[in-house]
Design a protein around this ligand. Structure first.
Ligand SMILES: NC(=O)c1ccc[n+]([C@@H]2O[C@H](COP(=O)([O-])OP(=O)(O)OC[C@H]3O[C@@H](n4cnc5c(N)ncnc54)[C@H](O)[C@@H]3O)[C@@H](O)[C@H]2O)c1
Length: 317
């Protein structure tokens, strides 16, 4: 297979690229490096299967057309503005990157009749009760501009399936964490807490910390995305990925630091976008893609901590 990965220099995209290359597929990356980096692809930069790493924008028709090299079998569309705060501060950029930036590759996919896999997010769901798991039929609510752009992308993708028969799949992974995720304030809560722990800083917890997340380790997420890319018999579907384990932010702080966990409660920065409870029902992924997560949270935390510690040492030496 030859796979075009948009956003392939990002946190999830670069792991997906590695996994595709390890499985002997050819890969073309299209990324504008707004949040990704060539360093994320350093381990595979001289791999013969990595055909091209193109610097370009998914909303730019010429860049997308150039990336659609002959023989592209699948487009994994991961490129997006994913920082919720940024999508609140500058909604016009998120609307452009995530909606126009999905429409343009979709048009190109239609032109070449290429399978198109759209990376949506669990953030499209509304509030659930504690312990209530979310499946693909659960209500979706655009609580943030980010969620709205993902819902728009999903709908456009599915419309191309129903209207033109384009083979497509929509993926809704839950909160993903692991090595290569940024540990700055725009990063994921796991990386931020682990970085705090390594630096001996207190964790800033928004609200009372009882909000829960279903935390998916990066290798499991990449495995899910790659299976979705290759499962040509599965089309026109929306599929969740998560672990089925709900962890509160306070419990996460405890797992990171044990009994020594120091937290400081601060007001939510964007409380209107906060989803109180997130727990994934991934039975459809198991049924259609034979996918189940393999990495327990404790193991994933240990691996991520080790990677962050290595980065820290590298910076100091
Ligand atoms: N991280 C999570 O927990 C999570 C969960 C569910 C879904 N997702 C989705 O998965 C995808 C990847 O997320 P991530 O966490 O790896 O984020 P990321 O920011 O690390 O990756 C996104 C990549 O897309 C690139 N990009 C952004 N706008 C672009 C544009 N206009 N043109 C070309 N490239 C552009 C960025 O430079 C970056 O390399 C996104 O679509 C995100 O919405 C992420």
């Amino acid at each position: 297979m030859r796979v075009l990965v948009t956003g392939g220099a990002g946190f999830i995209g670069s792991r997906v690229v590695e996994r595709l290359l390890a499985d002997d597929h050819d890969v073309v990356v299209l990324d504008n490096f707004s949040n990704g980096s060539r360093d994320n692809l350093a381990a595979v930069e001289s791999h013969s299967g990595l055909r091209d790493v193109i610097s370009g924008d998914v909303a730019d028709e010429a860049a997308v057309a150039a990336a659609w090299q002959p023989g592209v079998d699948v487009c994994l569309h991961l490129a997006a503005e994913g920082q919720v705060q940024k999508t609140l501060d500058e909604p016009q950029h998120a609307l452009r990157d995530n909606i126009i930036g999905t429409y343009v590759p979709l048009m190109e996919a239609r032109r070449h009749d290429t399978r198109f896999v759209f990376m949506s997010s669990c953030m499209v769901y509304g509030s659930a009760d504690a312990g209530e798991s979310l499946d693909e039929g659960s209500a979706t609510v655009p609580l943030s501009v980010y969620a709205a752009t993902k819902l728009a992308g999903e709908q456009a993708t599915l419309a191309f399936h129903h209207t033109y028969g384009l083979p497509v799949l929509v993926l809704r992974p839950f909160n993903t964490y692991g090595p290569f995720q940024k540990a700055s304030q725009e990063g994921g809560v796991v990386s931020i807490f682990l970085q705090n722990s390594l630096e001996g800083c207190r964790h800033r917890v928004f609200g009372d910390g009882t909000q829960t997340r279903d935390l998916l380790y990066i290798d499991d997420c990449a495995d899910f995305v790659v299976r979705a890319a290759l499962a040509e018999h599965v089309t026109g579907e929306i599929v969740n990925a998560g672990t089925g384990r709900e962890t509160s932010v306070l419990d996460l702080a405890g797992l990171v630091d044990g009994n020594n966990s120091q937290v400081e409660h601060v007001p939510h920065i964007h409380s209107q976008c906060e989803i109180e409870h997130m727990l994934c029902d991934a039975s459809k992924a198991e049924r259609l893609l034979e996918w189940t997560p393999r990495v327990e949270l404790e193991d994933g935390l240990a691996r991520t901590r080790a990677w962050l510690a290595e980065q820290k040492e590298g910076t100091l030496s």
